[in-house]
Design a protein around this ligand. Structure first.
Ligand code: DOR
Ligand code: ZN
Ligand code: ZN
Length: 353
């Protein structure tokens, strides 16, 4: 029986929904799902109710993570326009600033209002991470160049955007980017079959464009799930919200792709471990290890996950490997589907230099 061992995944883009929407997920169920998927640290997005945009909301989120997380974690700060003082005051307590340039779930959309000023003043050390559709990507690349900001493009919407990002890199812009597993392993054909369960922003693409993502894989820095759970009732409502869960499926999908020869395991480690640490300037969690049993490829199920929402858009897709155990800070925290530590075991990630 083949066993694979590695330090664990760092998922730089998750929505754990607490506070505000714990019917979808909470910090405990979300970080437990992370362990089930071989993820030892998550970076949580700010589009909560209330949004994580000022000192009280950040303090509350930190308090909740400290109480409930079973993985390590970092928190993004959001911004909705107006006074930039909170950005200056709170920058050193967060892993980055998340800007919603274009429409998505929640009401954090800022558009381009005051955008230039934010690029001018953001002090780091974390990058500015953007939710941007293709039409907005040239705008943020230009601002990152002008103000010498480190920019991280979340869930790149289209493979042609990778070319723009690469051109900016060649000009010396410090820009990195992430692509989601759903943009790599699902297409518009799946979206038609899945209905609301295949609806997210940015949307799925035709198969030929998905193939281009794979051709241009060398231009991608990170694979992050954009784990965005919604309940089945919400997805089946007249106005389904965008977003799909993904914490438990990224690793087996990638391992199957490795098995098929689509990319190397060394490259996967860059995408899920080395680059996340480098881009967000994080000190790796101490003494971590994920053990995966490889055996035969299998098809992912549609249900039966640890995420509270309970479903996956990847049902029927080929996968390889099952997480056997996870060690974190020197202790076995997960083994054969059992959680072995109490809520609150996870620690805040720390900034390196
Ligand atoms: O589909 C999405 N859902 N895209 C996002 O950017 C946000 C996310 C959510 O929070 O549900
Ligand atoms: Zn987004
Ligand atoms: Zn997101």
């Amino acid at each position: 029986m083949a066993m694979l061992s590695f330090p664990g995944m760092i998922d730089v883009h998750v929505h754990l929904r607490e506070p505000g929407a714990t019917q979808k997920e909470d910090i405990f169920t979300g970080t437990r799902a992370a362990l089930a998927g071989g993820v030892i640290a998550v970076l949580d997005m700010p589009n909560n109710v209330p949004p994580t945009i000022d000192r009280p909301s950040l303090e509350e989120k930190k308090r909740l993570f400290a109480l409930k997380a079973v993985t390590d974690y970092g928190i993004f700060l959001g911004y909705v326009g107006g006074d930039v003082q909170p950005l200056l005051d709170l920058a050193d307590q967060v892993v980055g600033l998340k800007l919603y340039i274009d429409e998505t779930f929640g009401d954090l959309r800022m558009g381009t209002k005051n955008l230039e000023h934010v690029f001018e003043v953001w002090p780091g050390p974390g990058p500015i991470a953007v939710h941007a559709e293709s039409s907005s990507i040239p705008v943020v690349l230009e601002l990152a160049e002008r103000y010498k900001q480190r920019l991280h493009v979340c869930h790149v919407p289209h493979p042609d955007d990778l070319l723009l990002i690469e051109a900016a890199r060649q000009r010396g812009v410090e820009v990195t980017c992430e692509v989601t597993p759903h943009h790599l392993f699902l297409s518009l054909e799946d979206a038609q079959r899945l209905g609301p369960y295949g609806y997210m922003k940015p949307p799925l693409l035709p198969p030929a464009e998905v193939a281009l993502f794979w051709e241009r894989l060398s231009l991608i820095d990170v694979i992050a799930s954009d784990h965005a759970p919604h309940t089945k009732a919400e997805k089946e409502s007249p106005h389904p919200p965008p977003g799909v869960p993904g914490l438990e499926t990224t690793l087996p999908l990638l391992l199957y792709a490795v098995d098929e020869g689509r990319l190397s395991w060394e490259r996967v480690l860059e995408l899920i471990w080395e680059n996340p640490l480098r881009i967000f300037r994080l000190i790796p969690p101490k003494d971590s290890e994920v053990q995966v049993i490889l055996e035969e490829p299998y098809k992912l199920t549609q249900e039966g996950y640890y995420t509270r929402c309970g479903w996956s858009p990847f049902g029927g897709k080929w996968a390889l490997g099952r997480v056997h155990s996870v060690r974190l800070h020197g202790q076995t925290v997960w083994q054969e589907g059992q959680l072995l530590v109490d809520p609150g075991y996870g620690r805040p990630l720390r900034h390196g230099s």
